[in-house]
Design a protein around this ligand. Sequence first.
Ligand code: PMP
Length: 459
Amino acid sequence: MISEKELAELSYAEAPQMISTGVPGPKTQKYIEVSTEYESMARGGGRYPLVMAEGKGATVKDPDGNVYIDITAGVAVNAVGRCHPRVIKAMKDQMDSLMHAVDVASVRRTELAQKVSSVMPPGLRDNCITYFAQSGSGAVETAVKFVRKITGRSQIAAFHGAYHGVFLGANSLTTGDQYRKGYGPFIPGVIHLPYPYCYRCCFGLEYPSCNLQCAQYVDYVLNTPYTGADDVGAVIIEAQQGEGGYVPTPPGYLAIVKKACEKHGALYISDEVQAGAGRTGKMWCIEHYGIEPDMVTWGKGMGGDVAMAGLSLRKDLAAKIVDGSQPNTFAANALSSVASMTNIDILTENDAALIKRAGVLGEEVSNQLREGAKDIEVIGDVRGKGLMIGIEMVEDKESRKPLNGDALGKIVMGLLQRGIVMVPCGRNGNVFRFMPPLVLTREHAAKAVDIFLETVKTV
Ligand code: PMP
């Protein structure tokens, strides 16, 4: 058990506390102007009008001194919270001895590789080799190359609504007009299959009476000689979609997909970049489903305040990769390795108490949101596992038509003005995601839920 008092010390207790008249305040506004002039707005945060000056646990401050409750965790990155004192100490200690070691082994990097292996899901646990990267895109990119080399096959299957990154190979697996239109051609051989988005089933069916037609369809595509899926080396899937709208796969779905892979001789890659590192109440989202993946791509929360990501694959598969064929200058330097190790320790120690708490707190938050949504016509669905909760906004519960951009923008701004950092995702940009650092206190969680519901009602 982790005490709330212990967690409260990690964050600014006063959050939310708004000081400036108007948000963004004058100092923040100045930084926004400079940023817009000097930085590419192709970045993910786009024109979101927040500038972070300081961060502590599950709270952040802007240059005007406004203190916010952070319900984004840097897009699922700061699982143990921003600037965790133990991470800072470990990094400071490491700074005096070694930081960069280029792409060779270092003491810290070696220790990290071992630690990562020890926390992998069954099938890979203590039976995998890890390739380190600095981003989820880099991990997925590497997975694509490795799959080709290992299987000798050229095709890869991904899913509608998937987000696997934006490097050209990874981007070929990612869907969404803003990432694709005008940026092609992408790599050939990518097949996109329907994701089980039950709230908006593309077959117009309902779970469970649908008998998981979408999963049967994956089997059909992979195992029928007339679908063109004749050379599929791997299927890559998020057990709960992230950018695609915080959509968990329904029970039973992934087991059918995994079986289809086995029948067809394709590898199963679980992309855990967003759903992993304890966010869903288990270390890896796939662990909710009892599936053993052949490879896992991971990132975000495994590094926290440092850029750390990787691809972990079964040892027998890794044996087929050619030495020196995927160099990476900055991968897992000693400093980021020690930070990542400390993150993993904090997550997994005391029988993974922080992760288990994420499962319990997530359930409580989901229940509060569902209760509050009963009389709010524009909240269509509340779903997800642990602290990876999606709140789908609609014109009305009956039509399920996605809420328009205007109203969504007003909610985003209304939240920010009330001291809540919370951003939407999804195919229509209409799914608010509740993905705070796992160290968010119950008090801050309850405040954030109240403010969210109140903001939605006001707008
Ligand atoms: N895979 C998934 C599931 C993701 O959510 C993301 C990032 N949102 C990526 C891959 C890419 O990670 P990065 O932004 O670190 O390249």
